[in-house]
Ligand binder design. Sequence first.
Ligand SMILES: [Cu+2]
Length: 76
Amino acid sequence: MSDLIKLDVQGMSCNHCVATVQQALAAVPGVEEVVEVVLQPGSATVRGSAKPESLIAAVQQAGYQASVSRARENNS
Ligand SMILES: [Cu+2]
């Protein structure tokens, strides 16, 4: 019942940024797991039922830019 949501993330420049984005995404209601945050090229994948807009807002609050790469993806 959980979806993978992939975001393009811009503005990350080091592993500290990756950790910051990871923490921001993990704190969003509905996120079950932050699957991965990739520095280069910037992307983030989370599993859960969180709204993409909520994920984007969390990334923006952390100081980075995000957009939905693929809203929903089923590759289980
Ligand atoms: Cu950094």
